[in-house]
Design a protein around this ligand. Sequence first.
Ligand code: ZN
Length: 142
Amino acid sequence: MALIKCPECGKEISDKATACPNCGMPLRLEDRGTYDIIITREKQKFLVNPKIKVTVDTTNKYILEKNGSITIPLTTGSHTILFSSGIRKTQTNIDVTENMNINVQFNRATGEIDVSGYKTASQTNTPNISIGIGGGIFKGGN
Ligand SMILES: [Zn+2]
């Protein structure tokens, strides 16, 4: 038996425990209601492909490379995702209830970053959301 630190209260507990005996925090991600949020950068033929920084809940930072994809485990509930590249930035809120896919691409016309294909696995009628970085454009129902 090994000892691990509880991610909630920091107390040392058995790695065999399903929940922290001190604070009750479930130790398995599936028990916490955690889902995979997959953010994919759509393939584009640009000479210049600046990195897109992805900041989740103001603290967790990721880099979305050219043609790249990142998977972020998030607990059930509301989360903030900030996309930025240089001075361009925009933010979206997602309500996590299951695994979700989000597509990101640079808008050729404006140079802004579009966030689209925002959907959950069970949605058959996918809302299409486009958020222009800088302009704050928000479209729905495409
Ligand atoms: Zn604990």
